[in-house]
Design a binder for this molecule. Structure first.
Ligand code: PLP
Length: 393
């Protein structure tokens, strides 16, 4: 019994939910659920703040744009990274101070800029001349960060292929901004999500240090902000590098910046990823070719969409005891054959209504879920919303 139990429950570093707690929430809110632990959001924010002292952390809404996460970060004194009109509207609705927000989509429609400026957002990102020209009508209202690209061909998500200007082209872009009368606050980059190590961040910081100095010497603008983006990694079943250790070389590199340079970062995954679990129920089962197939009410078109778009693999387990373990397949609810979450698992024999839990499912999961086949997205339930709450919703 002891060994089964140890195998069944997730290690404490992953999340604190007990099976009883999870069952209680499903009884109350139904299935599927995405359970967000705001205490873990706080812990992640504080860990990263400790690992990067003096760096203002702007939570990037994209991986989990949910009010509970936003309000938790706000109450920690955090900042925000917005990329769309929808995100601007969400933080506005929550009464977030727009001065604590930056708009970082390098490519915007005029209406996106107008909506954000009207909401009170002042700092925007641009990476090419066309985009600079969109700010001519907003010269007095907007300030810019120029996004620089640092290719990371090995990265799981190489964001520098799609966005950013080459470091060599940066001075020309900065001169053009100056010629148009635009105020450039500084530089930004994003080395790609779930960075395997800090090497790309380091290369980018060092190049930006040089570019900031050059732009200042040419008097192209204030150039007093460096935005080091996101990319801070988390563990999916395996422990990720400890964040303090991951950031140690970054601290050393940032220490070389002149004191007047304000450094900011845009963490998304690191804050939201470990803070949520996905809970799905078995809708039905079938034995096919020696394997038990369990059909869940959440799948690749729902919260497990990150297994496609984000190339992630979430550790899954059944909330049922059982000595005997059988070769099993977990499938999503839709009528599409690709909708399979995991194969070749050894699970106890499950019944309709049994629960399956996926860990580290906060980032790029529910956010990219669809309602394909009219299977609704998971209901988000936030627990520990206020510091000191013990499991309250
Ligand atoms: C997605 C995104 C982020 C968040 O990246 P993570 O790797 O999840 O930390 C930050 N900034 C921008 C501009 C992004 O597009």
């Amino acid at each position: 019994m002891q060994t089964t139990r140890r195998r069944r429950s997730a290690p404490r570093w992953i999340d604190p939910f007990t099976p009883e707690h999870i069952r209680r929430l499903v009884a109350e809110f139904g299935s599927p659920l995405l359970i967000v632990d705001c205490a873990r959001v706080r812990a992640q924010y504080r860990n990263l703040a400790r690992a990067l002292p003096g760096v203002d952390l702007h939570y990037a809404l994209k991986p989990l744009p949910h009010a509970a996460v936003i309000e938790t970060i706000r109450d920690e004194g955090g900042w925000f990274d917005l990329a769309t009109t929808g995100e601007v509207q969400l933080v506005s609705r929550l009464g977030i101070d727009p001065a604590r927000c930056i708009h970082t989509h390098p490519i915007k429609r005029d209406a996106d800029i107008r909506n954000a400026v009207h909401a009170g957002v002042r700092v925007f990102v641009a990476d090419n001349i066309d985009e600079l020209e969109k700010f001519i009508p907003w010269r007095g209202d907007a300030e810019l960060l120029l996004r620089v690209s640092f290719r990371a061909p090995g990265a799981v998500c190489d964001l520098s292929r799609k966005f950013g200007c080459d470091p060599e082209a940066l001075p020309t872009l900065a001169r053009r901004a100056r010629g148009l009368g635009l105020v450039v606050r500084g530089l930004s980059f994003h080395v790609g999500s779930q960075a395997p190590n800090a090497l790309k961040h380091l290369e980018a910081i060092e190049t930006c240090l040089r570019l900031l100095g050059q732009a200042r010497r040419e008097r192209l603008g204030p150039f007093d902000t460096l935005d080091i983006g996101g990319g801070f990694p988390i563990g999916y079943g395996e422990r990720a590098p400890e964040i303090g250790r991951f950031c140690a070389p970054l601290r050393a590199a940032l220490a070389k910046l002149p004191r007047r340079v304000r450094v900011i970062a845009e963490p998304g995954r690191y804050i939201a990823g470990p803070a949520a679990i996905g809970v799905a129920s078995v809708m039905g089962r079938a034995e096919r070719e020696g394997h038990w197939w369990y059909y869940l009410d959440d799948g690749l078109y729902g919260s497990y969409s990150g297994q496609l778009y984000d190339h992630a693999r979430y550790p899954v387990e059944a909330l049922r005891d059982g000595e005997e373990r059988l070769p099993s397949v977990l499938a999503g609810p839709t009528c599409d054959s690709i909708d399979v979450i995991a194969e070749n698992l050894m699970l106890p024999r499950l019944k309709v209504g049994d629960l399956i839990v996926g860990r580290s499912m906060g980032a790029y999961t529910w956010a990219s879920a669809s309602e394909f086949n009219f299977f609704p997205r998971a209901t988000v339930v936030a627990v520990n919303r206020r510091p000191g709450d013990a499991g309250g919703v």
